[in-house]
Design a protein around this ligand. Structure first.
Ligand code: PGA
Length: 243
């Protein structure tokens, strides 16, 4: 496997100060060998983060994009705008957006299409809730979410983030075997239907400096998506340095 991928999802947090602090970590002396770092701040901090990224030590992504190309959609930001700003990636289908903003599979399909048309690499999130994990419905749930991908044209390169909802922000993580089994399951399911061999599968949910090493050592895990711990530059640096 190639480089491990580490994504920071700041969610609706962060400030100009955090943009400067995080940029300072990735200075000349920061070693990016065998890793790719992608930082996803809120829209308003994207431009300054890109400007600060003088050494090109990390990629900058958005947390969302509009499902439409342009037009009368007040408050929305298009994939084309993000690409023009210098983004390389965009998170699509985070469980918080699925739940709080009722993002449907159909809507997500259109967001993915917009991202791909504009050469943004989607970071597509999927994950089961606690009861689906307990009663064994988690594999069906993930399949249902992944099925959206098969309707998206020209899907060349994609990052999947497996994020069990019950693990996000709770300090609870699945055990190594559960993570490994789900990653194998996702890879096999996608390989049956998508010809691209550029599919990376990340784990997300309560990743911190204490468990990152253990999770990243699982060979089927191509990287991690970090929420809360990415807001602390010290913690995020420790996670990046576990590789
Ligand atoms: P967490 O969030 O690391 O705070 O659990 C992960 C995510 O939701 O992306």
């Amino acid at each position: 496997m190639g480089n491990k991928i580490i994504v920071a999802n700041w969610k609706m947090n962060g400030s100009a100060e955090l943009v400067d602090k995080i940029s300072n970590i990735f200075n000349d002396s920061f070693d990016t060998k065998s890793k790719e770092i992608i930082i996803c701040p809120s829209y308003i901090h994207i431009e300054s983060l890109i400007r600060n990224n003088i050494n090109k030590k990390f990629y900058v992504g958005a947390q969302n994009c509009c499902d439409k190309a342009s037009g009368a959609f007040t408050g929305e930001v298009s994939a084309d705008m993000l690409k023009n700003l210098g983004c390389s990636h965009v998170i699509v289908g985070h469980s918080e957006r699925r739940e709080n903003y009722l993002e449907s599979n159909e809507l997500l399909k259109n967001k993915l299409s917009e991202a791909i048309k504009n050469n943004l690499i989607p970071i597509f999130c999927c994950g089961e809730n606690e009861s689906e994990r307990k009663d064994g419905a988690c594999f069906n749930k993930i399949e249902e979410q992944l099925n959206v991908l098969f309707d998206v044209e020209a899907l060349k390169s994609i990052i999947i983030a497996y994020e069990p909802i019950w693990s996000i922000g709770t300090n609870k993580t699945p055990d190594d075997k559960e993570i490994k089994d789900m990653h194998i399951y996702i890879k096999n399911y996608l390989m049956k239907k998508i010809s691209s061999n550029n599919i990376s599968i990340l784990y997300g949910g309560s990743v911190n400096p204490e468990n990152a090493n253990r999770i990243l050592k699982i060979s089927e895990v191509d990287g991690v998506l970090v929420g809360g711990a990415s807001l602390s530059t010290e913690k995020f640096k420790l996670i990046c340095n576990t590789i």
